[in-house]
Design a protein around this ligand. Structure first.
Ligand SMILES: [Zn+2]
Ligand SMILES: [Zn+2]
Length: 222
């Protein structure tokens, strides 16, 4: 988060360069218009950049829409659409991967299981129409009702380890204060069993779910 402005600018420059090779000249205007909508959205820009770098099936088509097919624990199954084709794209904050086209559905067992589908058929049944998938809106991941770090919605528990979670013992930042060491009577914390023990103690004490007041101010200031 340190240099958001700089990162965005760099990302936009990279995309600008890519589209000049990836998109037929008469469509560059349209490509730029789309990118303009997301110019402050780092998540979307990363997706757009990856699309133009990868150009699925080497088709030189302008990206016109990003839809959200599924989202869970900061993992997004997106649908990237041109005027003619629709590509599945699976991504978290670390990177993304193309999974084929809409009409083929999702066949990857791990992906299906992660999003709680029992089979490719059940996925196809639930996601019958592209119109069932909502459009990704610029900056939606900056939504105040969503934890900016782990992505849970208001009044839900953070993913354990999320830096936004408030410590129920001292009211500080749970992954920064000393309470976790004091509670476990250890100097450091690096093994699974101790983590489970901590989780239990946290649950007993009562974990503090996400609320918009917890949004760290540094995230909006920078
Ligand atoms: Zn969180
Ligand atoms: Zn504490």
């Amino acid at each position: 988060m340190l240099d958001t402005g700089k990162t965005l600018k760099k990302r936009l420059e990279e995309i600008e360069l890519l589209i000049q090779f990836a998109v037929p000249e008469q469509e560059i205007g349209k490509a730029r218009e789309f990118i303009e909508r997301f110019k402050e959205d780092e998540f979307a820009l990363n997706v757009i950049k990856d699309y133009y770098m990868t150009l699925p099936d080497a088709r030189e088509e302008t990206l016109l829409k990003i839809r959200v097919v599924e989202e869970k624990e900061q993992v997004f199954l997106l649908l990237l659409s041109t005027a003619i084709h629709h590509y599945f794209y699976l991504t978290n904050d670390e990177g993304g991967i193309f999974l084929g086209e809409w009409q083929e559905g999702i066949c990857d067992k791990q992906v299906l299981k992660f999003f709680d589908y029992s089979s490719p058929e059940s996925f196809g049944k639930i996601k019958k129409n592209i119109e069932n998938c909502r459009e990704y809106l610029p900056l939606e991941r900056m939504d105040e009702d969503v934890c900016p770090s782990c992505g849970v919605k208001s009044s839900m528990l953070h993913t354990l380890g999320c830096p936004v979670e408030v410590c129920p013992w001292c009211g500080g930042q749970l992954n920064r204060c000393n309470c976790r060491f004091e509670q476990l009577e250890v100097e450091e914390l690096n093994d699974e069993t101790r983590l489970e023990e901590l989780e239990e103690k946290l649950q007993k004490k009562g974990r503090i779910p996400y609320a918009r007041e917890q949004r760290p101010t540094f995230m909006t200031e920078e």
